[in-house]
Design a protein around this ligand. Structure first.
Ligand code: FE2
Length: 611
């Protein structure tokens, strides 16, 4: 047996992944255990979980990999600070203690984190090598072009190359400070959202606006080449020297200062969102075309934070040169833990790789903890919860379908937790996508988040092409592709052109309005029997009953809270919100039947910082 542990830590989204004899045994983000969103501390609990799942002790690990090279990264930081001295001195001083204490002495930190039990060597892979490995090795392809795009790792901010068999090779790179991820984050900051977490909101806001500023971005901020590489005019940015993303000159170009977080969203932010989205898609498309020219391959795999831009991914699939696209579901830095582990196994140990062509080797990315019915029952009894138990799965599904069809909101907790930022039917909140009220009910009363944010549909793979404009064989099990609702399911909107900004939200756009964006797009998750088991059977039952194979799937959490991991967290979230029913494995809880006092909502929400 060869056991390889991968770790990512100390930047954001710490995580661990365990690969035994080439099989991904477990992977999880630290935030799910510590309940601190994007937790970047040493992933002690995620590691402990992975070892437990693998049934081994740290002393039995053969290799431990870390997802980036700390010295190279320090080199980049110091060099950048010096280049901008003395202006960069404030951020240099801010970062220095962390580097001196932790990052430069990583082996010592890792030893400590592993309780001194691991005595062998550490392997440090490049940040983008880790991303690339996480994209290619679990993919269903024998060979594929590789594209990684993020903010920054050591020096690289984007890489391009290919994978074949059990080896990957990165042939081209873009270097800091020029970075599509940083450019996108600059706009995240400027529109008043949190960098490294609010990027999703910016993408969700884009369809409400017009890309009025796209030319301004292309003419002033960046020099974009045909091959997708770019040079940024650093006068507009302040992320090297300062503590903010954008400079005064940036403010001037876009007619004012950044939006204050949590202040009302105006058309300006919507137009900025639309503009940076258009530019991002253009860069992604050019990179994809270049990767195709260089490799001549028909498959593309992607990772890095920018690969979570599912609108851009949808464009690559629709307008790009590749036949097939696979994206690592943990595309951000958490996925680097998996990448480094697989890199060690395949590339360094030269172990063969047999791609799983029908699906992939990511197992639906259901790689986290599971809880038995016995554990669920013990917990529910211990807190005096009222529940019904269903030994028969089809009876359970019938009850849940009834609830959904009555426009009830259902917390759905089943099997192993997802690895990566999206909930995919294991730790999800579900609702009826046909309901016109659902989007605002779920945003405002369940998730306590901004009303403009759209929800995503889970759709049966078999019927996906009846609803969305994608080829019937296209899979999107990880909710990383956006596609349009088919015209026959759209609803005509009165075309007086007077409805602007967020008011567009009030107009239903399709027969599944809760998951249809104002531009008729939807961020879809395809659900298939092989990967999704019970979740697939539930939606099948819903489709039989209602004729609609689409339901709303949103993550099981409130705003700022990491997705729930354990039955306890699910129960607390259920009690503190307006979720109507909770399904924990074979148990169904209804809110109105609970006799324990409702959770203190204010206190519950106060535990989590706004994201
Ligand atoms: Fe990254």
């Amino acid at each position: 047996m060869t056991a390889v542990l991968g770790i990512s830590a100390f930047y954001h989204d710490s995580a661990a992944a365990l690969v035994i004899d080439g099989k991904i045994v477990a992977a999880a983000q630290e935030e799910r255990f510590t309940r601190k969103k994007h937790d970047s501390d040493f992933p002690a609990q995620a590691i402990a979980y992975c070892l437990r799942e693998g049934g081994i002790d740290a002393a039995q690990l053969d290799y431990v990999g870390f997802y980036e090279k700390p010295l190279l990264k320090a080199d980049r930081l110091i060099e950048s600070y010096l280049a901008y001295a003395p202006a960069g001195f404030a951020s240099f001083l801010k970062a220095l203690p962390v580097w001196l204490n932790q990052k430069l002495y990583l082996p010592r930190e890792l030893d400590k984190g592993l309780g001194g039990r691991y005595k062998k060597r550490y392997v440090f892979t490049d940040h983008h090598e880790s991303h690339a490995a996480s994209a290619f090795f679990p993919s269903p392809f024998e060979e594929a072009a590789i594209l990684t795009l993020d903010g920054v790792g050591e020096w690289a901010t984007a890489t391009l190359g290919y994978g074949r068999g059990n080896q990957i090779r990165l042939t081209h790179e873009q270097r800091f400070p020029h970075s599509l991820g940083m450019l996108y984050s600059a706009f995240t900051y400027f529109t008043g959202f949190k960098v490294n977490s609010g990027e999703y909101k910016l993408m969700g806001l884009a369809p409400y606006g017009e890309p009025k500023y796209a030319d301004l971005i292309l003419n002033h901020l960046i020099d974009l080449k045909d091959d997708g590489s770019l040079r940024m005019d650093m006068q507009y940015f302040d992320y090297i020297a300062g503590l903010t993303m954008t400079s005064k000159k940036f403010d001037k170009l876009f007619g004012g200062p950044p939006r204050k977080p949590e202040s009302p969203l105006t058309e300006r932010e919507m137009d900025l969102a639309a503009s940076i989205q258009v530019v991002t898609e253009e860069v992604m498309l050019r990179c994809a075309r270049h990767a195709h020219q260089l490799t001549g391959m028909k498959n593309l795999v992607m990772a890095g934070g920018v690969a979570l831009n599912c609108v851009g991914n949808g464009r690559i699939l629709k307008d790009g040169p590749f036949d097939n696209l696979w994206i690592q579901p943990a595309a951000g830095d958490a996925g680097g833990a998996l990448g480094t582990a697989l890199f060690i196994w395949h590339q360094l140990l030269d172990r063969p790789r047999v791609p799983e062509a029908a699906t992939d080797a990511q197992a639906g990315t259901l790689l986290g903890p599971r809880f038995t019915n016995q554990e669920v029952k013990s917990y529910l009894d211990s807190v005096g919860a009222r529940y019904q138990h269903f030994a028969d799965e089809s009876a359970l599904c019938d009850v849940v379908v009834d609830l959904l069809a009555q426009e009830k909101v259902v917390g759905w907790f089943q099997g192993r937790m997802e690895f990566g930022p999206r909930a995919l039917g294991s730790r999800s909140i579900l609702g009826d996508a046909r309901s016109t009220a659902m989007q605002s009910v779920m945003n405002l009363k369940i998730k306590f988040r901004e009303s403009f944010r759209p929800f995503a549909p889970s759709v049966l793979q078999e019927q996906m092409a009846d609803y969305f404009e994608l080829p019937a064989t296209q899979q999107s099990p990880y909710m990383l592709l956006v596609a349009a609702v088919r015209p026959e399911h759209r609803v005509a909107v009165s075309s007086n052109g007077q409805v602007r900004g967020l008011d567009k939200l009030k107009q239903p756009r399709s027969r599944v309005p809760a998951v249809t964006h104002v531009d008729h797009s939807a961020r879809i998750q395809t659900v298939d029997a092989a990967r999704h088991g019970r979740y697939h059977r539930l939606i099948s039952r819903f489709a039989q009953r209602t004729g609609c194979p689409v339901i709303i799937n949103t993550s099981f959490n409130v705003r700022g809270e990491p997705i729930v991991c354990s039955p306890q967290e699910a129960f607390h979230c259920f009690m503190a919100t307006d979720i109507d029913a909770l399904v924990l494995e074979d148990f169904v809880l209804r809110k109105e039947e609970q006799t324990v006092g409702a959770g203190d909502r204010e206190k519950y929400l106060a535990k989590f910082q706004l994201d």
